[in-house]
Write a protein that binds this ligand. Sequence first.
Ligand code: UTP
Length: 402
Amino acid sequence: MTTKQILIQHNQQHLLPLLDSLHGEQLVSFTNQIEQIDWDMVELWQHPEDLSGKGRIRPIEGLNLQQIHRNAAAFRAAGEQALKEGKVGAVLLAGGQGTRLGSDAPKGAYNIGVTHPLYIFEQLVSNLQQVCDHCHCVVPLFVMTSDLNNTATQQFWQQHNFFGYPQEYVRFFVQDMAPAVDFDGKLLLSDEATLAFSPNGNGGWYSSLARTDILRQFPSVQWLNVFAVDNVLQRIADPVFVGATLLSGCNCGAKVVRKCDPYEKVGVLCLEDGISSVIEYYEMTDEMANQRDAEGNPAYPYGVILNYLFNLDKLRFTTDKRIPVHVVKKKVPHIRNGQLVVPTSENAYKFETLILDMIRLMETCLPFEVVREHEFAPIKNKTGADSVESARILLQQNGVIL
Ligand code: UTP
């Protein structure tokens, strides 16, 4: 099918004039962009509500702090052995745009230091390095970027000499992009010859990684510890967590914090039709939020913090296609009639997959409780809650010199 036919078939006639006005490389690039579009996904804008159906939700059994403490030695031994045998890799999700932080640079390049520079990437590497030093091993580290920040991210790591981490154990890979459409489903342009693409959410990390040959370069890796760029306190490749997940027989493990109130805005681990799943805070009913177990404790206590351990064999059975695509309203700057339009309110749909939807694909997930004040300092905003300010306080409380 020609590009013209594709555009007509998918009701994108507003782009047809570009096929005449563009020439040379610009025309080739534009037709390539059109030919690579996943139309099944783009056409979801017409019925986003179809995606939210949930099954029967029930509480999930997890390991609470006391249980972890009681079994820590066995968990640690199993985890350290797996780490020493090279069975664990780490995946840093750094493809997001970090719009709330308001910096154009990659989020990990943000300086959170006070008396000396301390970059988010540097702090994360330092957290991982502590485990490596303790276990006398090096954990392969795979960093996911996006087309928007890949060059800047790689340059930053080079400039800072990989923050002291052995460079031969670090790999970068680029996540897929998805086009944005206006509220009538029309593809938007970011300049005269380029569609307005943005990263397709953090749920596409495995399909993007699997397309590279990175995993083949580290054949001993059987488990992947996937974590977000913005939690500067998190422990990565934590041997106790690794060991507990391996010994549990589950296909994945999730670090969780106990929710501080029934309506806290975090995703919650649960069982959905008997299978592990994460339910978003806005999907919780009042009854679920306030439900108690036999001992009178909250029945749904475990909030996820985007630190998961995935079994690679099980991941290989999952495909991107089975992850639900979320259709979200966003402000997307674009070109209209040759002019740049910078919207002040939401004007477009973006298409994103979310890592929390992978928990259901993994079928069994071990909730592993961690102490919030020791392992959860997310940086989403500049000030206020979950900000550079709040993370600095938490880092200092944990002995990090800023
Ligand atoms: P967030 O959901 O906080 O999104 O990402 P964000 O893009 O970083 O920030 P805002 O919402 O624009 O302010 C959680 C984690 O998922 C990664 C982020 O880099 C972060 O580690 N992520 C998010 C990706 O890797 N790719 C994406 O497309 C989206």
